[in-house]
Every structure is written in structure tokens, then in C-alpha cells.
Write a protein that binds this ligand. Structure first.
Ligand code: SF4
Length: 305
């Protein structure tokens, strides 16, 4: 049997003090939890996008991890013979239109290609070839690709308005930056042209390549207030030309897509979340050996991708 005595005044004061103390502790704990849950870590504003190029926008669309390797980590990869051919051919074609129309012959273009290669080789591609025989073979193959140019266009009948044009424009919150290959005035309006020295993909796979050209058309519309009428992809290794008409409505849609991409990239930067998206491109991706999507795959599986 237990017995209990009636509480004294001292006991009541002790109990009241304990209740007040426990309430205060609960309030402090609640406040601490609220503060911890509601406060996000501050994002360094300098980490967010400042500019975006059409090619990096395309990278993010295809594979966010690829975008990270190139644009965030800025990992340098050794140049390839294909890149060297593309850069040198672009320079030679740019110079071709510095000359008067009657001088724009295949022989002149070959000579300009050789000159462009001499200018670029030591600076940008010093270790591309192991020996002069390989370099010569590459050069001859490149001239064959350039010869195709004259099968799809007569440069004596053309006076481009601009070549290798540096395009940097603000579109709303975004700043878009890139180099436009060529723009010409044709009877029905402005045409934006992009040279490719690689092989043309089947027509249905060429559509994504027009995304970058639509962005350039958007930048031209912003800069000079005219909407190009056509976008043209010239694949010299084939050769093949793909063209599509372009309208204001398409360019408005392109701007909305670009805004969505810009926002998605910034969200990825804040969350540091750039998921790999394995696909057909992986077989040509220079970053496969460090890509998380291939981390656990045996070499023969990775090679087959
Ligand atoms: S290997 Fe494939 S998944 Fe990985 S970064 Fe390259 S394209 Fe993306």
C-alpha cells in the first residue's frame, strides 16, 4: 500500500516551473527544426548560366552528363582528325568568298585549305599525326570532301551577306552566343547555311541538327528584325543538302524551348544533377571512359554502344 500527502505551496511552484521550462524547450526545438527545413543552401549566382551556345544547348538536350563534361567540368579531349578537317574546311570556305567570283575555283579552294592547315596545325593540332604519310593521306581525303562542295553549289553565283558571324544576343533572361557559318540573301529572303564535313545522316535524323540553325535564325531576327525564310545544312561528305523553311511561329516555339532548357540547366547546376542519357551518340562520345552510365560495364559492352 502506498500513501500520498496533499501538495504543499513549494511543490506547486516546482511543478509550474517544470511545465514552463519544458514548453520553452519544445518551442526552441520546433523553431530549430523549422529553420533547418525551410532554409535552402544559397546558390552561388556565379555558378548559374551566363551564356549558352546552340551547340551546348543541343548537348544538354541529348545528354545532360555530356553537357556537364563539356560546359561545367570543361574537360579537354584530344582533337580528332574529323574536327581538324571541319575547322580547316570552314576557314578555307570562309576565305573563298573573300575572293572575286571568277577566282572561286576548286583549285583555289584546295590551295586555301592547305594554307588554312598550315595556319592551324602548329597552334591547334601539333600532335594530331604520328607521321607525314598519315597527314598527307588525311589531306588528300579532305580535298576529296571539299571537291564535293562544287557538286552542290556554284560559289560564283553567290555573295554571302555574312560569314563566321559572331552572334551574341540577349533573349529575355538569356544570353545566347555562337558563330553563324554563313547567311545569304536569296530571291525569297534570308537563308542561313551551315557546312558539315561529316557524312549526312538519314533525313529523319537530320531534324535535330536544325535546332541550332533555328536558334541562329532567332538571333538574326532579334538583331536585324528580319525572319530568315530557310535553313540549310550542307553535308560535304556525300554530298547532301537538307533544307527546311522557317517561320515566326517556329522561332517563337524555339525560344520557348530554349527558355525551358535554360531553366532546366540552371536547376541541374543548383542540384548538381546531370543524369547520363545513353543512346546512339555514346559510340562517338569522347567521355565514355569516365561516364557513370558505363562505369560498371565490361569493355566489350561499352564498345558496342
Ligand atoms: S557516353 Fe553516352 S551517356 Fe555518357 S556522357 Fe557520353 S553521350 Fe552521355
Amino acid at each position: 500500500m502506498t500513501s500520498s500527502a496533499a501538495p504543499t505551496a513549494t511543490d506547486s511552484l516546482w511543478i509550474t516551473t517544470c511545465v514552463w521550462f519544458m514548453s520553452a524547450v519544445v518551442r526552441i526545438v520546433e523553431q530549430t527544426m523549422t529553420t533547418t527545413e525551410d532554409t535552402q543552401p544559397e546558390t552561388d549566382p556565379s555558378a548559374l548560366l551566363e551564356t549558352l551556345s546552340p551547340s551546348r544547348a543541343g548537348d544538354f538536350k541529348v545528354c545532360p552528363q555530356l553537357f556537364k563534361f563539356k560546359a561545367i567540368d570543361r574537360i579537354e579531349v584530344p582533337p580528332t582528325v574529323y574536327q581538324a578537317r571541319g575547322t580547316t574546311a570552314h576557314l578555307a570556305l570562309q576565305w573563298l568568298f573573300d575572293l572575286s567570283a571568277e577566282k572561286r575555283t576548286p583549285e583555289t579552294l584546295y590551295e586555301l585549305f592547305r594554307k588554312a592547315w598550315v595556319d592551324l596545325r602548329d597552334e591547334e593540332y601539333p600532335e594530331l599525326f604520328d607521321n607525314t604519310a598519315d597527314e598527307r593521306e588525311w589531306g588528300l581525303e579532305s580535298l576529296k570532301v571539299l571537291a564535293n562542295y562544287f557538286l552542290i553549289e556554284d560559289p560564283t553565283q553567290l555573295e554571302p551577306l555574312d560569314r563566321e558571324l559572331d552572334m551574341t544576343e540577349d533573349l529575355g533572361e538569356m544570353t545566347i552566343r555562337g558563330i553563324l557559318d554563313r547567311m545569304e540573301e536569296e530571291p525569297d529572303g534570308l537563308v542561313i547555311t551551315d557546312y558539315k564535313t561529316g557524312k549526312a545522316p538519314p533525313e529523319q535524323y537530320a531534324i535535330p541538327a536544325f535546332f541550332a540553325l533555328k536558334i541562329y535564325a532567332l538571333l538574326i531576327r532579334k538583331r536585324i528584325g528580319r525572319t530568315p525564310v530557310r535553313l540549310k545544312l550542307m553535308y560535304l561528305n556525300g554530298p547532301t543538302v537538307y533544307q527546311i523553311p522557317v517561320t515566326d511561329a517556329q522561332l517563337d516555339a524555339t525560344q520557348r524551348k530554349l527558355e525551358a532548357l535554360w531553366a532546366a540547366i540552371n536547376r541541374a547546376i543548383v542540384a548538381n544533377d546531370f543524369p547520363p542519357r545513353p543512346g546512339k551518340l555514346c559510340g562517338w562520345c569522347s567521355f565514355q571512359d569516365r561516364c557513370p552510365a558505363f562505369a560498371d560495364k565490361p569493355d566489350d559492352v561499352a564498345a558496342a554502344s
